[in-house]
Design a protein around this ligand. Structure first.
Ligand SMILES: [Zn+2]
Length: 479
């Protein structure tokens, strides 16, 4: 019997409707009233023979007693309260269990049930707080660092799937991705009406993977999304029960898609040759495999340490200077908050990731050396544009390894002392004295859900940028 509480409620309902006390009904069916009470409270399971006897005494069928719906609205509330108080969640609070007997007024019962519902709702929401998201994200980045951003099992699986599709070299075509899906029993279907929050939907029953229509036919995005949907199946993912698991699954499907589009064997061959020629360039890797610059840069970080003997760093930074995504195993000190999280933190203004925004020619990579307290790094940055903003993609290595890269002969060299605030965060004395206390501004809300507000005089607004803005416009006003 899965639902003793409802069964007990139904027995009580029919007993009181028949005008019998516990002892009176107990006498007629041959059990003590106290035993019957335990059954009505869902604490003891009655045998079917007893239930049949109770039914015939009360003039109802066995089916009436075993019906799983609460007999009355009041009973429904009593059942809900009983269940809520039996949950491990409630037990953890160490509070007494109250019995919703007949003496409990309706409004008290409604109030208690309402509070339990609200408590559960809060608990459920807490699972997806930005704090938890940030913690999980940081834990995952640090874990991937210990693995040099390399997942051999997924590499192997992707290589095998690519091989079976008949793909040999170069860019994986849309048709080949379709064939891969077919081998796994799926048809790729492009639709205009996907649910807003879904990137893809897989119909397991009918073997169909629904994807959004191609904005750029054959583009990297669509092939990647189809591969990600396939990956969920291949990797045996279940519905995630925590944010950390959700993140891990997302990392795995992204990894799988990248490892199909840039298979290990072919990629390592390509990059090893480039290294031998002292001509490694993410832009070449990107073009050889027909993917985005960001995908190529990230894929480079998967293979660099395990296969090319290089430690690296990767940054995706917005035009506001905030980190969107970052990875390093080469000792570059990423900006982090007190929890160790880097998303939303501002990178040094002198780093390549920000310096590149100032360049007018953005069709090729920008190169620079950056001297930091942790050593000198060589970096290559490409600016990109999304629907809503501009961003930079950076791959860098320690100075000693710059010799393997195209762009090592750059004369661009910057010095960074961040996180020392005098490096590039704090307005200098004269500028600060000129404007302090003479301005009020309204901050934009940060679009990135994981972003905290950067610290400054005005939450969310960078002092230096603000003061410089004021300075330049004040000069206009005087003219
Ligand atoms: Zn700085």
């Amino acid at each position: 019997m899965s639902d003793l509480v409802t069964l007990g409620q139904r027995i009580r309902h029919y007993r009181t409707a028949a005008g019998l006390t516990l002892d009176q009904l107990g006498d007629r069916v041959g059990v003590a009233g106290s035993q019957l009470s335990l059954m009505e409270n869902g604490r003891r399971e009655p045998r079917v023979t007893l239930l049949t006897a109770i039914g015939s005494e009360l003039g109802v069928t066995l089916a009436d007693l075993l019906d799983t719906t609460p007999p009355t609205p009041r009973a429904a509330l009593e059942i809900e309260l009983e269940r809520a108080q039996r949950s491990p969640h409630y037990a953890g609070l160490g509070l007494p269990v109250v019995r919703a007997g007949r003496s409990m007024p309706d409004d008290v019962l409604e109030s208690l049930v309402g509070l339990h519902r609200a408590l559960l709702e809060r608990e459920r929401q807490a699972i997806a707080t930005p704090e938890e998201a940030r913690r999980a994200n940081t834990a995952q980045r640090l874990h991937m660092r210990t693995l040099d951003n390399y997942l051999p099992d997924i590499e192997e699986l992707a290589q095998q799937v690519v091989r079976e599709s008949g793909h040999v070299s170069g860019a994986l075509t849309h048709r080949e991705v379709g064939l891969m899906a077919q081998k796994l029993g799926f048809e790729l279907v492009y639709v205009n009406d996907l649910p807003h929050s879904a990137r893809s939907v897989t119909d397991l029953d009918n073997g169909r993977i629904y994807l959004p229509p191609a904005s750029i036919p054959g583009g990297h995005g669509l092939r990647s999304m189809a591969l990600q949907a396939i990956a969920h199946r291949l990797l045996g993912h279940e519905v995630p029960t925590s944010y950390a698991e959700f993140l891990r699954q997302r990392l795995e499907i992204n990894y799988f898609a990248a490892a199909c589009l840039m298979p290990r064997e072919q990629s390592v061959a390509f990059l090893s040759q480039a290294k031998a020629d002292r001509n490694i360039a993410v832009e070449d890797f990107r073009d050889a495999f027909g993917v985005t610059h960001e995908a190529a840069a990230l894929r480079f970080t998967n293979l660099a340490t395990s296969h090319l003997d290089l430690t690296v760093h990767f940054l995706r930074v917005g035009d506001d200077g905030a980190v969107y995504k970052a990875y390093e195993n080469d000792g570059l000190r990423l900006p982090v908050d007190v929890t160790g999280s880097t998303e939303g933190q501002l990178v040094c203004r002198t780093w390549s990731a920000r310096a590149a925004f100032a360049r007018t020619n953005r069709t090729t990579e920008y190169y620079q050396y950056t001297d930091t307290p942790e050593g000198t790094f060589w970096e290559s940055t490409q600016i990109g544009t999304s629907a809503s903003d501009e961003f930079s993609i950076t791959v860098g290595v320690p100075f000693a390894d710059s010799k393997w890269f195209r762009g090592r002969d750059t004369v661009n060299r910057h010095r960074s002392t961040c996180p020392d605030p005098t490096c590039c965060k704090r307005p200098d004395g004269e500028l600060a004295t000129r404007w302090k206390g003479k301005v009020w501004t309204s901050a934009k809300l940060h679009a990135h859900i994981l972003s905290p507000l950067p610290s400054g005089t005005f939450p969310g607004v960078d002092d230096l940028e603000l003061y410089r803005f004021l300075e330049s416009h004040a000069a206009d006003a005087e003219q």
